[in-house]
Write a protein that binds this ligand. Structure first.
Ligand code: SAH
Length: 385
């Protein structure tokens, strides 16, 4: 089996640099591209990045890349790759995804079917199985993905399984949750550090608060879930165990935190508490029912992160406008606090009553949203100086 792999961490548009930084912090050199970050590594890298990356979606192995303008070229290209280094006899290997962009080959189901045939043929040859008799597929799963961009095919094996945003702690999520990896990315884009107070006044299922504790305590986000690679025979179980053990030992239990989540909806507060318990951070967050309109604080240099309702239906518009106005009014006296507000409402600044110091375009799933950033006085002075 192989020792060294070409890897990519896939990531939502706009957050590539955050994942690049996370990879460098883990000690991997990397190249940031649109929607993904490339790096190299061995089996430990596959384990470690799945366990530790907070803002990425998935980690995939790049099996190979080749030009493919015809189905014949696609078949030969897939056949030529070293599948025997990845897929043991008995492996299940669905071509789980095919994506064609700006390419002659554009029929995605056919790309899937041809690619499958090519891998089957390669394995039949390598394992000396008779052609014409299907391979038994009852072992560990290796999900294969084919992407064809401008007639260049790239073939991946997904190492992750269900997307990395699924940390395993959020079973109840309420109506409009933010993805865990997006919340972690926004916290890393903000100027919040664990020594500052943090409030999410529209906390819903508690995602921002929970991710903040996990960052502050250096808790690996993947500790409470499993990954596809854990089924694979060529990734050593002991190595997985060791890297998981090491991650558990890195948790910083001493640091004192000041993190609060509030929401108008008492049911959401119950859900947030439950999720925090499941994430192992139940004692680190104060959750309470409150209207954002009632938010006051004597503390200084804190950070507010909020993902208020957007008003997707016209009938919600009035309520949302009023809510944004009121947010502007209650946040204004908190002059030393920085505020980060995520909404798809392009008229947000007018309703809130002041222009953001900085705006950043992001995608919450397929919905375009903006992160409106208002910096506290001290930060503003530092920027000016
Ligand atoms: N980020 C959250 C989702 C937020 S959805 C998560 O990850 O789950 C918006 C939340 O704002 C909802 O939970 C809703 O109950 C709350 N909300 C709406 N109006 C509010 C108000 N006036 N004060 C406080 N919270 C409010």
């Amino acid at each position: 089996m192989k020792k060294q792999f070409e890897l990519v961490a896939t990531v939502a548009a706009g957050l590539e640099a955050v994942v690049g930084r996370e990879l460098r912090e883990l000690g991997y050199d990397c190249q940031v591209e649109n929607g993904r970050v490339r790096f190299q590594g061995d089996s430990s890298a596959i384990i470690e990045t799945n366990l530790w990356l907070r803002a990425a979606d998935r980690v995939k192995i790049v099996v190979g890349s080749f030009p493919a303008k015809t189905f014949e070229e696609l078949f030969q290209g897939v056949f030529a790759l070293d599948w025997e280094n990845y897929l043991p006899l008995g492996a299940r290997f669905p071509i789980s995804k095919a994506k064609c962009v700006k390419s002659k080959l554009h029929n995605e189901p056919s790309v899937q079917a041809i690619s499958k045939k090519a891998v089957v043929k390669k394995l039949q040859k390598y394992y000396a199985r008779p052609e014409g008799i299907p391979l038994m597929e009852n072992g560990p799963e290796f999900k294969i993905e084919v992407s064809i961009l401008k007639d260049q095919a790239t073939v991946f094996i997904d190492t992750t399984g269900s997307s990395l945003f699924k940390r395993g702690y959020r079973t109840e999520k309420g109506g409009a949750p933010i993805k865990e990896n997006m919340a972690a990315a926004i916290l890393q884009l903000s100027n919040w550090y664990p020594d500052k107070p943090l409030i999410d006044p529209t906390c819903g299922s508690g995602t921002f608060c929970i991710e903040a504790v996990m960052i502050a305590r250096n808790m690996a986000p993947g500790l409470r879930r499993t990954f596809s690679f854990e089924e694979w025979n060529w990734i050593d179980d002991r190595l997985i165990y060791e890297i998981r053990q090491k991650a558990s030992q890195k948790i910083d239990r001493d640091i004192t935190l000041d993190i609060m989540g509030t929401d108008i909806d008492a049911r959401m507060i119950e859900i947030a508490k439950e999720n925090a318990q499941k994430a192992g951070v139940g004692n680190d967050i104060t959750f309470k029912q409150m209207r954002v309109q009632d938010l006051r604080s004597d503390k200084i240099n804190g950070v507010i992160i909020s993902n208020p309702p957007y008003g997707e239906r016209l009938s919600d518009d009035q309520g949302v406008t009023k809510l944004y106005e009121e947010m502007g009014q209650v946040f204004a006296p908190l002059t030393t606090w920085s505020k980060f507000i995520l909404t798809s409402d392009e008229g947000f600044e007018a309703k809130y009553g002041s222009k953001a110091d900085k705006k950043r375009k992001l995608y919450n799933g397929t919905l375009k949203v903006d992160l409106y950033q208002y910096f506290g006085e001290r930060v503003k002075r530092q920027i000016k100086a």
